[in-house]
Design a protein around this ligand. Structure first.
Ligand code: ADP
Length: 516
């Protein structure tokens, strides 16, 4: 159905007359006032037509009764913007049982007592149609807002992806500069500053990407049995630099018995690290932060409490909304985007839990409590962390159309003992693969001409390519991209910027198929 067809349906005034004669007469009166009516033969028909679209409905009181239940149902299911006007023509003395049933069941009801002056009737119908027109305007605005919101989400995803690409060679270059900078204190300090700032940028970009994935429903969390105490220890470790920088005291009170959550350890660590970081950030130096766990048989309650600036009551619920910062002028909110708590709430919800904020008010500290369902499962011992021992003896082919990215990766791997060949596009990559015979390939996905998926497929068809580890190195880390990578024959999927220890695990340490 075209938009015009729908608009025509939406403008209809539906009428169920008491008698055919009544119908003809009323239609005539309205027609003379320039209003068209569509006659329905039963309440059931009115209900069906309302579902297709209607501006208002005229019913006689006689039609209200058990048959009107179906219409009441349709009206109850209206979209939130919709409040269909229903005009009920009553018999004299509008306090009958049917009239009050109509008022309670049919929503936006106007009772009109017969006999009725024509002018009153026409003006009431006009008012109803006008009110309906306003509702359609609101519907249009809501649709526009939804479209704009969707475009914003898509923009954030693209922005995040595009920002990641230049960050990758920047960080790798800084890593390379570090050893030669140690002899020169000023240079070493500057490299340190650049590394910290670039890492901060990576974190902001990651948050942006994450939040845009969540809003577009693209995030999936793993459901592995994980021990809560381990997650909290990892989160405390992540936040330690921020807590120590402000000389806060961190008090941890976690029960001895193992509490198992079915979840994604990386995501859950992110949740608690975010809360601890905020506690550190929004508390004046020398404060106290407490990380406490209570539990029942089925639920764990993790509280992150601080004695910092606190949150006023009216802001308590909105702090979880996207881009919300209680006081933008506060120096402390700078360096953030107001999406940390949005991420916390979404990630906790993906684990079947919830999070609440409480505070006695300004200057009285804040408490964030996360509730997570507990599982009763055996834990598996976690694998020992790998020790990075260099890439001596490895022949690595690096493929990326971004020359800075290939060059810095090549220099980094060479400085760690690998022999490296580089290619800037798909064709070169295939030629190099045969000439160089690498024992691992790092392959960018988004390249002009032949993309990384196609290169992987073609390498897999070469006699020497069947068993060579193929590692996708991309800016895109969504489930769909990862699935496409594995379908194309990749063994591993890494998101830029690549962590060199992780790369070592994959190339030298012999890890199985992984996503990172
Ligand atoms: P950001 O910290 O990047 O501004 P968040 O989403 O993490 O974004 O937090 C949103 C807002 O909630 C912050 O700007 C701050 O005003 C408030 N807030 C968060 N945590 C605390 C806390 N522990 N104490 C006081 N205010 C807080």
């Amino acid at each position: 159905m075209t938009a015009d067809d729908q608009a025509r349906l939406d403008r209809r005034l539906l009428m169920l007359p008491a008698t055919p004669k009544d119908g003809a007469m009323t239609r005539d009166v309205l027609w003379r006032a320039g209003i068209e009516t569509e006659i329905c033969e039963s309440v059931r028909m009115v209900a069906a037509e309302v579902q297709r679209g209607a501006a208002a409905v005229i019913l006689p009181e006689e039609a209200i009764g058990s048959a009107s239940r179906v219409l009441a149902l349709v009206i109850a299911q209206q979209a939130p913007w919709s409040d269909l006007p229903v005009l009920v023509l009553t018999r004299q003395g509008a306090d009958s049982a049917d009239a009050s049933l109509a008022v309670s069941a049919l929503g936006n009801v106007t009772l009109l007592e017969r006999p009725l002056r024509v002018s009153t009737f026409v003006s009431t119908v006009r008012t109803a149609l006008r009110a309906r027109e306003r509702q359609y305007q609101i519907r249009r605005q809501l649709e526009e807002l939804r479209d704009a919101d969707q475009r914003k989400d898509e923009f954030l995803a693209t922005l995040g992806h595009e920002l990641r690409n230049p960050l990758s060679p920047l960080l790798t270059s800084l890593e390379l500069l570090k050893p030669s900078a140690t002899a020169e204190p000023t240079l070493s300090r500057l490299v340190g500053v650049m590394q910290r700032q670039a890492t901060h940028l990576v974190r902001l970009v990651d948050d942006l990407l994450e939040v845009s994935r969540i809003t577009r429903g693209l995030i999936e969390v793993q459901r592995d049995p994980v021990e809560l105490a381990e997650i909290l220890a990892a989160a405390a470790e992540t936040s330690r630099p921020v807590i120590e920088a402000s000389e806060h005291r961190l008090i941890v009170d976690v029960p001895d018995e193992p509490l198992i959550v079915l979840g994604d350890s990386v995501r859950l660590t992110q949740v608690f690290a975010n809360l601890l970081n905020n506690a550190a950030k929004y508390t004046d130096p020398g404060g106290t932060i407490e990380l406490l766990v209570r539990h029942t048989r089925h639920t764990a309650f993790v509280s992150v409490r601080d004695n910092g600036i606190g949150i006023e009551r009216e802001h308590l619920s909105s702090v979880f909304d996207m881009f919300t910062q209680v006081s933008r002028s506060d120096r402390r909110t700078q360096g953030g985007l107001g999406i940390g708590l949005t991420l916390v709430r979404s990630l906790v919800a993906l684990h079947g839990g919830s999070v609440t904020a409480s505070s006695e008010g300004r200057g009285r500290g804040s408490t964030f409590e996360v509730r997570l369902p507990l599982a009763v499962v055996e834990t598996h011992p976690s694998p020992a962390p790998s020790v990075h021992k260099g890439f001596a003896g490895c022949r690595v082919l690096v493929v990326d159309d971004n020359q800075d990215a290939t060059e810095t990766m090549q220099t980094l791997l060479e400085s760690l003992g690998a022999t490296v060949a580089a290619a800037g596009n798909g064709r070169e990559a295939l030629a190099q693969f045969e000439a160089f015979e690498p024992n691992a390939v790092l392959l960018d996905i988004g390249m002009p001409g032949m993309d990384g998926y196609e290169v992987a497929r073609r390498i897999r068809k070469l006699p020497a390519g069947a068993a060579t580890p193929l590692i996708a190195v991309t800016g895109w880390g969504q489930q769909e991209d990862i699935r496409r990578c594995f379908d194309a024959g990749f063994d591993h999927h890494l998101v830029k910027p690549v962590d060199v220890d992780r790369l070592w695990e994959l190339i030298v340490g012999g890890a199985g198929q992984t996503i990172n």
